[in-house]
Design a protein around this ligand. Structure first.
Ligand code: F6R
Length: 609
């Protein structure tokens, strides 16, 4: 999604803004721009469609020298990607500039009003109305004009704004879209995400909804929308730039796949103490509370939704308590049955996904308790939830989610084991056995990662195919669904998952000579049936890549290729088979020459509906 960076201090603003925008590139964007107060009577603005490099090239020709500036990477919503639709937007005489993340919902109405007053629009964006609206309300004090504008604007926004006649300040505002302020010495920053400013400071203010901030070189003032000062503790960011850099890997995705043994253990250790006790006390999930719960929903989008499917499987298996998993964008509009006896577990890596955030608010309005499982401290979802359980994946930069997914699964397994024990569904011995099985995953995942080279070879063989089918039964199916999403989003090969038993009800018509079928066959009780499914597709010419447990060599007789994972108990195989899927998607994308970390049309955190 869009990114915002602003700088005010004594150094050259352009350098900081561009550097910050580079750090936000992973979020996905299609154009970029910058405005700097260069001491002239109007802002100097450079905007370029395409990669940030295009903007950097333009700035080499025409550098902007000044001590304050705002920049933006845009992910098109209103109007196609183009130079003119890129941010910053400005008023007619370029004395006011605006960068914006989010959507101004009443922009058409505002545009009409402003046009009636003689304002001319040059872009197709919703953001341009903010520039003209500010102009119509500006009487020499940008803060006052912003306060008035925010009473008129409807929608979601993080805004950064400057006036040429007030060179000593940047004004920013937030409603729904994330915004932070970085605190430097003799310089301060605004940004939509922490990595943008982490090179310069680890001390930040997390700006809340309906707040305005005045950022000067030596001071930061946070206010409510009336201008009353609000106090805020400084948040010190613990992780550093190394965690947000490639560390020798070619792509972030590759690095993040390889980080999984480590981050799975960090997530596990965050909730299990030295006496092998799982602790979710702070998540409000006491036995007393759980006894009163009538329904449990897991709500999320995309990959997080797929982790939710696995969550349902393991919670139901261990506790025999029913769980519904729903896609957030549907859940929020389908009037689900929710009351104060409902527990909603939301899953979100970024903690900013608008659909998930709104679904969660809908649940809250009906009295449900909300427990959020998220990776980003201080994110909107973390702040709005009743309780938060953090995954310890560290910053996930590649658009395609890998380590966030497996750490979400880890938390859900811990919840399932904890609940099962609280409800006497498992003995202390079984409880400890389950926890040990989770600890053993480190070694097993490391072993699966050793297959990397062979997975690359398998990817090379199916690279030119138009479709890949992913199959599985039970837990294997839930992992297949995530495998297919990984493949389609970064390889751009049509990839679809089906429950193996469902294939014969229609989809098998698509299986033809050479069509790749990737099938998980790791569930013992479904093994024979899965082998039959392999035979069915093989008989129709499919090129079968199977993922099976070590020892099940019979699979070699029916599949074209087999990747073996350690023979763990059935309920833990997902942590291992997903690694093969992630590597396969990674190599398909890389071998096709795609931008693995920044696939087309996608964004890292989806803050629009
Ligand atoms: C796919 C992917 C997306 C996200 C989805 C939800 O690799 O990353 O499907 O999982 O957009 O994002 P979060 O987890 O940030 O709410």
């Amino acid at each position: 999604m869009c990114g915002i960076v602003g700088y005010i201090g004594s150094q050259n603003a352009q350098d900081f803004v561009i550097d910050g925008l580079e750090k936000l590139e992973y979020r996905g964007y299609d154009s970029a721009g910058i405005a700097v107060n260069t001491g002239k009577d109007r802002f100097e603005i450079v905007k370029k469609v395409g990669r940030l490099q295009n903007l950097e090239d333009a700035l080499k020709e025409h550098p902007l020298k000044g001590h304050s500036g705002i920049g933006h990477t845009r992910w098109a919503t209103h109007g196609k990607p183009s130079d003119v639709n890129s941010h910053p937007h400005f008023n007619k005489d370029k004395t006011l500039v605006v960068v914006h993340n989010g959507i101004i919902e009443n922009y058409l109405e505002l545009k009409k009003d402003l046009q009636a007053k003689g304002y001319e629009f040059i872009s197709e964006t919703d953001t341009e109305v903010v520039a003209h609206l500010l102009d119509s309300l500006y009487e020499g004090d940008l803060l006052e004009a912003v306060k008035k504008s925010l009473k008129i604007i409807k929608g979601a926004y993080a805004l950064g704004m400057m006036s040429i006649s007030e060179p000593d300040r940047i004004i920013a505002a937030r409603k729904e879209s994330p915004l932070i302020v970085g605190l430097g010495k003799g310089e301060n920053f605004i940004a939509s995400d922490i990595p943008a400013i982490l090179k310069y400071t680890r001390d930040v203010y997390l700006i809340e909804n309906n707040e305005i901030v005045e950022i000067k070189k030596d001071s930061v003032k946070i206010m409510d929308t009336e201008g009353n000062e609000v106090s805020r503790d400084v948040t010190h960011v613990e992780w550093d730039m190394e965690a947000a850099s490639k560390g020798g890997y070619e792509y972030f995705m590759e690095k993040e796949i390889y980080e999984q043994p480590k981050v799975l253990m960090e997530t596990l250790n965050s909730r299990v103490d030295e006496n092998k006790n799982i602790n979710f006390d702070d998540a409000g999930l006491t036995k007393e509370y759980l006894e009163g719960v009538r329904s449990i929903y897991i709500v999320a989008c995309g990959t997080a939704y797929h982790a939710g499917l696995v969550g349902k499987y393991i919670i139901e298996k261990k506790t025999r308590i029913k769980v519904d998993v729903e896609v957030a964008s549907e859940f929020r509009y389908r009037n689900p049955v929710i009351d104060d006896k409902t527990l909603i577990i939301v899953l979100s890596q970024s903690g900013e996904t608008l659909d998930t955030l709104e679904a969660m608010k809908e649940g809250k309005r009906h009295g449900a308790k909300i427990v959020a499982i998220t990776n980003v401290v201080g994110s909107s979802i973390a702040r709005e939830a009743d309780h938060v359980i953090y995954t310890w994946a560290g910053p996930e930069i590649a658009v395609a989610s890998t380590k966030a997914y497996s750490t979400q699964m880890m938390i859900l397994y811990l919840l399932a084991i904890d609940m099962a024990y609280k409800f006497n569904k498992i003995t202390r011995e079984e409880y400890e056995h389950d926890i040990n099985s989770l600890y053993d995953l480190k070694e097993h995942v490391e072993k699966v990662l050793e297959h990397s080279e062979n997975v690359e070879k398998a990817a090379a063989k199916i690279l030119d195919q138009h479709s890949i089918f992913y199959l599985g039964r039970g837990l294997d199916y839930m992992i297949a669904v995530e495998g297919a999403l990984k493949s389609k989003e970064i390889s751009y090969i049509h990839s679809e998952a089906f429950a193996s038993g469902e294939l014969k009800h229609g989809t098998i018509a698509l299986i033809d000579e050479g069509v790749p079928v990737v099938i998980n066959v790791t569930q013992s009780d479904l093994f024979d049936k899965s082998v039959s499914n392999i035979k069915e597709v093989a008989a129709r010419g499919a090129y079968v890549i199977a993922i099976a447990k070590e020892g099940n060599t019979i699979v070699e007789e029916v599949a074209d290729e087999v990747f073996y994972i350690p023979a763990v108990e059935d309920e833990y195989t997902g942590f291992l088979s997903i690694i093969i899927h992630q590597l396969l998607a990674y190599y398909l994308s890389k071998l096709k020459g795609n931008d693995v970390d920044k696939p087309r049309n996608l964004a890292k955190s989806v803050t629009v509906e």
